[in-house]
Design a protein around this ligand. Sequence first.
Ligand SMILES: Cc1ncc(COP(=O)(O)O)c(C=O)c1O
Length: 410
Amino acid sequence: MSDLEFSATATVENFPVKEHGIYLSHCGISPMYQGAALAARRFDRLHCERGVGVFYEFGDILGNLRNAVGRFLGVDGSNVAFLKNTAEGLSLVAAGFPFQTGDEVISYIHEYPSNHYPWRIQSGRGVALKLLPNHDLRAPAAAGGAAGEQRVGSRPGDDPLKRPIAFRTEDLEAMITPRTRIVAISHVQFTSGFAADLKRIGEICKAHKIHLVVDAAQSLGCLPIHPEEWGIDAIASAGWKWLLGPIGTGLLYTSPAFREKLAHTMAGADIVTQGEDYLDHTWQPHSDARRFEYSTAHVSQAVALQACFDDLLNRHGIDGIHARNQAHRARLLAALDPAFFHATEFAPEHQSGILAFTLRDGIDPIAFAKAAGKAGVLLSSRGGYLRMAPHFCTTEAEIDGAAQILNDLI
Ligand SMILES: Cc1ncc(COP(=O)(O)O)c(C=O)c1O
């Protein structure tokens, strides 16, 4: 995919947000792709005009979406379910897993709540949630020094481990016991932007015969992820970050073998194969991922998310998107004043779409993000960092313009 084709995507027509500023917060709530909003509007209009007749026009909405997501992930669409959010997907997995008293789940101490509480509440079934400690895995600073050493510009006495940074794969392996059943981690940490080595973790899980469940809200649509090749049993994500879709949409991938182990914890009309024969209560649930779409779905939002996959994600392809986002990252880093913006840098295999900064003299990143917003650059702050997250719909001119505005704010 050429830069030209990305330029044809990165227009004001597709992303009207560009009229209002430079958007570098795709790790927060992304601006929705306008084609998605128009597709949903068309569905809603037909719904108003024709009632149930809207479905004759649109056909198998959820089936089409499952196939589009399957194509993007390199898996069969029957393994994908359309849900409301990441937490719903992880809750269906956690509550449905056949835990026994004394079983253990391994996660990281600073996970996003959607990938913490679904596991934590399994304590009611006697399951222990074991949390990997925070570890300073930052790459040596450009000015020299090993990971964990004082960085150029950082204040004496500043303890970087006060902020979430990363976890070590060695620690994860060491934490595994005969009672470990599941490793539940984010592909990319929402704070520091640390990307886990999922391929390696998948190998470890396979060797210990335990399951790997991934929160990909901060990676799906930005970084390549290969569920089958990497031995990932389940992936949950939100639709409104790197997928550029509507708020209140989510996806869940499950491998057939893993899915078979999960008990049903939510049920409704759409879980069974007899379709609209509602008075036939024979228990014959779908064996594919439709079993998770237990009842009436937010179909107009599925139509919208489908437009994101058809027009953008599957058209550009994840490898092209990833390469473009890496180039954006390098361009932004090269243009920002390093004496003020202290980047949290990781080795290339741990880099993601999120660039996390601490600021000179301990300046509050929340206050700085507010000032940047007023100056026309949309940023976000989490976990003590200022986060910058351009995406493939960001242009080079926007990166340069943002860096100039941010440098001028210092
Ligand atoms: C790592 C991670 N997981 C999940 C989410 C969103 O969760 P949900 O889709 O349940 O709202 C976020 C949002 O910031 C996130 O950063």
